[in-house]
Design a protein around this ligand. Structure first.
Ligand code: WTA
Length: 645
């Protein structure tokens, strides 16, 4: 890594870029020296306010009290739609490309506005009001955007659940967020397959007595079960809905949405974001980090079920009046050239995806890329996990033909938007480094004792000052919010990631330092997968760790001890995998299951995950000290039967 090649800023990009190096330096300093002045200015520039704020920022990290733009009033859908109508009404807001390459839809700002207004009225007619919680379980179709924006129009709080989650996982999220309303589709399409959606909702709903209304978008048209009184068709509600809808003037700190994400322990947390700060941060980061220029076609491949879909498929781009592309399918269907076919078809200028997709496409060979033109591409982005330099170089040279800067963007569900990233017209690139902080972000590297490390250093990544996009709480459990993010290092927001800062002040994210793993860019808690396994009748105990995986970044390795008398078999492994799919979803299915006689534990009974991680990675010479184990022989059995050699 010492002979690191640095990719200079491209003059042709810098010439027209929103942010150049001189501007970055000046504005970054200003954002740190006078954060309130800086953010007040941005809030004026990026958003339309119904009423001005009286206090830019009020915060106290020890109690996790964070308030931005208090007193200010605004509406998210008005910012994303109404204010663009005058000069961009006929411009495309959403380009939708179906799983089937022959299906597409083009939605202008005028059309999107009209449908959002009508659906907002439809929701109201069903009793949904300001502050109500609405669960959205939809595939990647324009109606997902309509549903989210309609909620924001009337001040309802959405909780989008990724449509790949199982009925069980959906049920947990409906109950935790106390949702009385749900929006779904009949079915979905992905990679040529039909995905049940309503059937999954029906199953979840059996255990959600509070769920009183289910609105169903017709996507496949295939028959679905129907419960009259509870279930209703989206298109039927729209047909009778009024077209005039006055946006609700929300307080800047009113909740905007809840989004579940995994942590080290316990069930997924409902991370809550609020209205003003979140929207400002999503819009500003989108414009500057992707250097979005008027008229450009922007494509982020994330699903709206994740934070990347919220901030960078929907809210950021629409707030900026951009054209955002929504893709229903997968990068390898019908073939591994699908992304580049779409880029050519719509002349996409900015393309934002995850390293796991880049690695998967890289593995298919360059021919799938070479068969397309891609000359429309100007900026490439990466998100969700560390990008290895090999994948970075391939993305840069093969996909981008050395013409497009790559923005490797580091952030989290809890941060609302990107915090560490290059800026296309300002930042010299080092493959694998997320480079430097965005405006207002104050990353600090701490050692295990919480001492701030300066200069070249490696430790845990924290942020020492709030930014507007920061999450405000964990829904229903503020104490958990405090404990997870603000307790370990008093005065700092703890990210759960490790990082290194090099001699140029560039940040290199080294991965999670807790029990969260990142599988194909999806964030999972090992504890969640263990709880799912432990529910199985033949499982006595389990321990799940991540291990290096060429395509997925990390794979899921489960050590399982069986109830006495159970015969281990390949059949049982398959059954356990199916069981985890049913409990959580396909994304959590273990890649490897090793049956073990026992799990290595300390004398006090704690599972020694460090050892299990090393064995899973086949790093046997660095196992470390095993003398503190209650029974060191357990490790010999585990090593002898390991699956990764
Ligand atoms: C990881 C996704 C390295 C990190 C936006 C973080 C990254 C977690 C990067 C959040 C990156 C995200 N380089 N690691 N550019 N971006 N991560 O909440 O471990 O799904 O803590 O948000 O993904 O995942 P989440």
């Amino acid at each position: 890594m010492s002979e690191q090649y640095i990719y200079p800023v491209k003059p042709e990009i810098a010439r027209h870029a929103h942010i150049t190096e001189a501007l970055y330096q000046a504005d970054y300093q200003r954002s740190i020296n006078d954060p309130e002045g800086f953010w007040a200015e941005q809030a004026q520039r990026f958003l339309h306010w119904r009423a001005p704020w009286h206090t830019v920022l009020d915060y106290d990290y020890p109690s996790a009290y964070i308030k931005w733009f208090q007193g200010g009033r605004l509406n998210v859908s008005e910012n994303c739609l109404d204010r663009h109508l005058a000069d961009k009404g006929d411009q495309l807001a959403i380009i939708w490309e179906g799983d089937d390459p022959n299906q597409q839809r083009r939605v202008t700002y005028k059309q999107l506005h009209a449908e959002v207004c009508r659906f907002a009225n439809a929701l109201k007619a069903q009793g949904v009001g300001k502050g109500d919680h609405v669960c959205i379980y939809l595939p990647m179709i324009p109606e997902a955007a309509v549903a989210m924006l309609a909620c924001t129009r009337i001040g309802a709080v959405h909780s989008v659940v990724f449509a790949g989650f199982s009925a069980e996982a959906l049920k947990d999220r409906i109950l935790d967020a106390n949702c009385h309303y749900l929006i779904c589709s009949d079915e979905g399409f992905r990679g040529g397959k039909t995905i049940p959606i309503k059937a999954t909702v029906d199953k979840a709903a059996e255990q959600c007595p509070g769920l009183s209304k289910i609105i169903v978008v017709q996507r496949s048209g295939n028959p679905v079960n129907w419960q009259p009184g509870r279930d209703m068709w989206y298109h039927e509600l729209l047909a009778i809905a009024d077209t005039e809808s006055e946006p609700e003037a929300m307080d800047a700190e009113d909740p905007l949405f809840i989004l579940y994400t995994s942590g080290s322990t316990g069930k997924p947390k409902g991370v809550q974001h609020t209205t003003g700060g979140y929207l400002l941060y999503a819009a500003m980061t989108h414009k500057y980090i992707f250097d979005y220029q008027p008229g450009e076609i922007y494509w982020c491949t994330a699903d709206v079920g994740w934070i990347t879909g919220h901030s960078y498929v929907l809210y950021g781009p629409l707030c900026n009046g951009a054209t955002t592309l929504m893709f229903e399918g997968v990068p390898t269907y019908p073939a591994a050239d699908r992304c580049w076919q779409i880029v050519d078809k719509y002349q996409v200028n900015i393309f934002y995806t995850a390293p796991t997709a880049i690695r998967a496409l890289m593995a298919q060979g360059d021919d799938f890329v070479a068969s397309s033109d891609r000359s429309s591409l100007r900026i490439l982005g990466s998100v969700g996990e560390p990008i290895n330099s090999e994948a970075w170089e391939w993305y840069y040279h093969v996909v981008g033909q050395t013409r497009c800067p790559i923005v490797d963007t580091w952030w989290q569900t809890e941060t609302g938007g990107i915090l560490i990233t290059p800026l296309p017209g300002a930042t010299e690139l080092k493959p694998g480094s997320a480079t430097r902080p965005f405006f207002g972000a104050k990353p600090e590297i701490l050692d295990a004792q919480g001492q701030v490390l300066t200069g070249v250093a490696e430790g845990v990544l924290t942020l020492s000052f709030p930014w507007p996009g920061q999450a405000r709480t964990v829904y229903g459990d503020h104490q958990r919010f405090i404990d997870t993010y603000f307790k370990a290092y008093p005065g700092y927001y703890f990210t759960g990631d490790g990082a290194r800062r090099d001699e140029d002040g560039y940040f290199w994210i080294t991965g999670r330092v807790d029990d969260v793993i990142n599988v194909s860019g999806h964030r999972l808690g090992t504890a969640e997968i263990e709880s799912a396994l432990d529910l199985h009748e033949h499982v006595a105990e389990s321990a799940v760790v991540g291990y290096p995986h060429d395509i997925k970044g990390q794979g899921i390795y489960a050590y399982v001890t069986l109830i006495v008398g159970t015969v281990p078999s390949e059949e049982l492994k398959r059954e356990l995998i199916a069981h985890v799919r049913a409990e959580i979803g396909a994304i959590a299915a273990p890649d490897r299951i090793q049956f073990a006689q026992a799990l290595p534990k300390t004398r006090s009974g704690k599972i020694m995950r460090r050892i299990l991680r090393k064995v899973a990675a086949n790093e046997l010479d660095t196992l470390g000290d095993t003398t503190t184990l209650a029974d060191p022989a357990v490790v010999d059995d585990i090593i002898a039967n390991r699956l990764n050699r």
